[in-house]
Design a protein around this ligand. Sequence first.
Ligand code: CS2
Ligand code: MN
Length: 355
Amino acid sequence: MQMTIRWFGSGFDVVTLEQIRQIPGVKGVITTLYGKLPGEVWQKDEIAALKAAVEAAGLTIAGIESVNIHDAIKTGASERDAFIENYITTLENLGEAGINLVCYNFMPVFDWTRTDLAKKRPDGSTTMAYDQSVIDSIDPNDMRSLLERQSNGFVLAGWEPERLAKLKELFTLYQDVDEAKLRANLKYFLESVMPVCRKYGINMAIHPDDPAWSVFGLPRIVKNEDDLLTLLAMVDDPRSGVTLCTGSLGTNPANDIPGIIKSLKGRIHFAHIRNILRTGPGRFEESAHLASAGSLDVFAIMKALFDAGFDGIIRPDHGRNIWGEKGMPGYGLFDRALGACYLTGLWEAIERGGK
Ligand code: CS2
Ligand code: MN
């Protein structure tokens, strides 16, 4: 198991590599070229500069989150082959640089969705929260402004303003895309990139839909165990795997996460471990990582990963904003550092207890 922290790159992240390096047990970061739009090629010199910056701080790049997928690929539009070619070139360039984990998602239009980015909790911290009734009462075109008003001035991961400026067009593109079409387009994409993944030993790790149900009537195909097993069987190559995001899958109380870990055995390449507190049907907020702080049994999750022989990369995923920090929502330093230490401690206890 390798514990990591997500870092958005200098110029985008206010958390520094020097700070990350001081978190006990963390030797690597999950990073990205944050300014890149979906569909653009990541050039060799850009990747080399990112790698040099991380290594100069005494850390390594453990993986990329995300190389985002262009909507033409998700919708199966006629230009998809050109964008897949670009994606393959990016994977080649990453492979040449020795990077072999790539997280991505296949959510239409919106990436992860929240209705509140700074919900005040009883202990004075703020956190991200979701309420389905808010989503049901607003126009999807207002989503962007709703979130931008609360984002502390940061650009949120997966919410590229350039893309979201064309929301109406985006919704039109997805008009005829149902779950079956979206799944077929994912299959087409994965089959196209598998050869380059095999060549360089790159693990592709799909991130589950967050929340784990359809929003604004858009199709979602990575919501539960059935979806995950279907997609793994559909392109049955060990290089095509999953990012096990507990906070995303856990939004649906029917998802038994330790059970899912057991059935995905060997195909989990990356794990996002965090807790959420379900506050009612279709409502949840992100809690501290501790098992006792939320609805998910984080100990049972770590134990299931251990028992499945998981030897991949973990990050604590989101954290609350605590101690007065004005961080990017979900991605401040303090609570994620606490989360990393808690998860590393659980792992150590499980490992030693087993001996
Ligand atoms: C989110 C996403 O929960 C998460 O990890 O922050 O933005 C996630 O990084 C993407 O969906 C992965 O492609
Ligand atoms: Mn996640």
